[in-house]
Design a protein around this ligand. Structure first.
Ligand code: SF4
Length: 211
């Protein structure tokens, strides 16, 4: 299918979710950075919860870099893989020193420990930077093969590469998160609510259902 068609076909989805804030309940880029690291393999709801007391005590990178791993560890005990994530966060705070040094481009973001392409793309989108890729999280990995945009892969980077090849640059910033919201709310792992889906007429899964 041509570039132009996908842009047009996916427009109702982008319209539905455009500009909607990520479910991580952050108030600034510092908080978002810490939360995306913590949220790997864990739920956004848990991270929203456990970071409330943490951010009260540690309001910026400087406050973390002036503390110690022992001091911050107790706040993260309910987070999956917390020992490693705690070290990453502490080292990152030591490296960047202040919130003003948080990178605003993909290359520098993925250089930080604990930040992969997905997290970097989330940070770029949420902070209104120029898109350099497409957000591919677990929801997107499930949704886009159903639509027929990519084959089924478990590797998000592989899916992102294929999406980048197929989708026009103008929609990169919004489409990843729009797929993710679609997956969270409508295109669930079992019994997707296809009748409520704004792009069902362009979806292979839906077409096969109705054959
Ligand atoms: S039509 Fe159904 S399977 Fe296809 S993207 Fe929408 S909800 Fe998912």
């Amino acid at each position: 299918m041509l570039f132009e068609n996908w842009k047009e076909n996916l427009e109702p989805l982008i319209d539905k979710y455009k500009g909607r804030k990520h479910p991580l309940n952050y108030n600034n880029t510092y908080q978002l950075l810490i939360m995306v690291i913590l949220s790997a393999q864990d739920s956004d709801a848990n991270i929203n919860n456990i970071t409330i007391p943490f951010f009260e005590k540690f309001p910026n990178l400087e406050s973390i870099s002036n503390s110690s791993i022992e001091e911050i560890t107790p706040y993260f005990k309910k987070v999956k893989n917390y020992p490693t994530k705690t070290i990453w966060i502490f080292e990152l705070a030591k490296l960047l020193k202040t919130d003003n040094n948080i990178p605003t481009n993909l290359t520098e973001l993925i250089d930080l420990k604990g930040i992969g392409r997905k997290s970097a793309n989330v940070i770029l989108r949420e902070t209104n930077q120029k898109a350099e890729g497409i957000i591919v999280d677990l929801h997107v990995i499930r949704v886009v093969p159903r639509i027929g945009l990519t084959p089924k892969y478990e590797d998000g980077n592989k899916i992102e590469k294929l999406l980048i090849q197929q989708l026009p640059y103008e929609i990169w910033n919004e489409i990843g998160m729009a797929f993710s919201f679609l997956g969270r709310e409508i295109c669930r792992p079992t019994n997707p609510k296809c009748d409520d889906c704004p792009i069902n007429i362009h979806c292979n899964y839906f077409k096969n259902l109705n054959q």
